[in-house]
Design a protein around this ligand. Structure first.
Ligand SMILES: Cc1cc2nc3c(=O)[nH]c(=O)nc-3n(C[C@H](O)[C@H](O)[C@H](O)COP(=O)(O)OP(=O)(O)OC[C@H]3O[C@@H](n4cnc5c(N)ncnc54)[C@H](O)[C@@H]3O)c2cc1C
Length: 457
């Protein structure tokens, strides 16, 4: 057995792992990054990027189908899935190449192979041990299923849904969270008959209730069927299709069942628990400095309980690299991490829901909802939706919730408002270009500051 060392060893080269590697290298550390598959992890190869490419292709299909609404004569001739996949894969390979170039430029030593944690700050890959002054665990997550529901054949997870070489006629989507809703949106735009089944009472159940209502209304208009508050009881498949049974006694027949019931931490079999790392339900427990209970061992990304988002992984990776370098970065406020569901329409939020704010601040919480019907650019785009603000009693804006096409792009401003703890009076005088959708944020703050402009009193 041979040993190699570096200032920092990282297990897993996804969003969390590679962000830590790049920042640590910038800060003068030598870095060994162990990756068993491809640098970039889930987000680049099987997550954010491919799904957003599909969603963009879906938007193009909708535009072609709906051209007439804008006086433009277009016909959607069809969707060539091979062409769509080629477009998606070209983006991934270009970004992958860029990322490999960045790793090289940062002089990060990439070790290809499956690593196991063996205790202390050491991981082992194919009989070779790598020890760092510090170690970061960043092994990411996997698509979960439900007890008794085995993935395979016509029962697929997001990984298989991303590489389908045909467009199904009918799909049941199990799970009305972000991933389920995004795939439902893509397929509906491609002409697929989609039904979402969600056990909780509403779609996107982690969002403010307002957002769920808006999205459900829009999906109804798009003829995307959904059954909420109903539990799945089983699925059977044969050569002709899959049959999905619900607790209500109903059976749904489809070509495919997409299982989108959340992501579990990828921590089993990597030696974490065996080497004494504190875990809970498979997640690695850390303090707010992202330290595990083992000295000099940190964890970042989807294996740490909380939001499973790429930009959270990036932020945590950068945080740990700076913490190790003694820069004493500010702890990450989980509520300040922006969240976007890129369906048609989009759902975006940052900060607290109204319910969470009331729990924290009591009944003095105030809210204001600005309908996109009053926003010129949204009318031009023919999108409906709204912006909802949640304000602490005598305090700042603590929650911003947006629904509508393209509102994901407004989350940049929304997250500044939340993270800088702005009061409505701070935002009201800021000028928003006309006609843009950002004006909806401006208008909502004007109204909460007591000087509404394009609002009926
Ligand atoms: C369909 C889908 C859509 C998504 N869309 C978005 C989105 O739009 N926006 C967003 O912010 N997030 C999105 N996400 C979530 C995002 O992809 C994850 O939050 C993010 O990738 C987590 O980063 P990570 O570094 O923790 O893990 P990962 O990206 O999963 O990386 C972990 C890496 O570790 C490697 N690894 C694991 N075990 C070992 C081992 N033993 N040895 C060596 N290497 C190992 C893996 O190969 C992998 O490359 C999406 C996820 C999915 C599935």
């Amino acid at each position: 057995m041979t040993d190699a060392g570096a200032d920092l060893v990282i297990l897993g080269g996804g969003s969390g792992g590679y962000a830590a590697a790049f920042r640590a290298a910038e800060l003068g550390q030598s870095v060994i990054l162990v990756e068993k598959d491809k640098l970039g992890g889930t987000c680049l190869h099987r997550g954010c990027i491919p799904t957003k490419a599909l969603l963009h292709a879906a938007e193009v299909a909708d535009s072609a189908r709906d051209g007439e609404q804008f006086g433009v004569k277009t016909i959607l001739e069809g969707v060539d899935i091979a062409g769509v996949n080629k477009y998606k894969d070209t983006i991934i390979s270009r970004l992958y190449k860029g990322l490999q170039g960045l790793a090289k430029a940062h002089k990060v030593t990439l070790v290809e192979g499956t690593g196991s944690y063996v205790g202390g700050t050491t991981v082992e890959v194919d009989g070779q041990r790598y020890t760092g002054k510090n170690l970061i665990l960043a092994t990411g997550s996997y698509s979960k299923s439900l007890p008794g529901l085995e993935l395979g054949g016509r029962i697929i997870a997001s990984e298989q849904a991303l590489s389908l070489d045909y467009i199904p006629e009918k799909v049941v989507v199990l799970g009305g969270g972000v991933i389920g809703v995004e795939f439902a949106s893509v397929w509906a735009s491609f002409g697929v008959d989609v039904t979402i089944v969600e056990a909780l009472p509403r779609l996107v159940p982690n969002e403010d209730e307002f957002a769920s209502k808006q999205l459900e209304r829009a999906f109804r208009r798009r003829k995307i069927a959904f059954k909420t508050g109903v539990k799945f009881t089983g699925a059977k498949q044969d050569d002709n299709g899959v049959s999905v049974s619900l607790e209500s006694g109903e059976t749904l027949d489809a070509d495919l069942l997409l299982v989108a019931v959340g992501r579990g931490p990828n921590t089993a079999g990597h030696g974490y628990e065996e080497a004494g790392v504190n875990m809970e339900r498979g997640f690695v427990l850390t303090d707010d400095r992202l330290r595990t209970n083992v000295p000099n061992v940190y964890a970042v990304g989807d294996i740490v309980p909380g939001l499973q988002l790429a930009h959270r992984g990036f932020a945590q990776g950068i945080f740990v690299a700076e913490e190790i370098a003694g820069l004493n970065p500010r702890a990450i406020d989980e509520a300040g991490i922006p969240r976007v569901t890129y369906s048609h329409p989009e759902v975006a939020s940052v900060g607290l829901t109204e319910a969470a704010a009331k729990e924290q601040y009591g009944s003095g919480v105030t809210t204001f909802t600005y309908d996109l019907a009053g926003n010129g650019k949204s009318q031009i785009l023919k999108t409906s939706g709204a912006v909802k603000l949640v304000k602490a009693p005598d305090g700042p804006v603590v929650g911003l919730h947006l629904v509508g096409d393209r509102v994901g792009e407004l989350i940049g401003e929304a997250q500044l408002i939340y993270n800088w703890e702005a009061f409505p009076e701070d935002v009201a005088p800021l000028i928003h270009a006309h006609p843009t959708q950002t004006e909806a944020l401006g208008e909502a703050h004007l109204a909460l500051a007591g000087k509404p402009l394009h609002v009926h009193s």
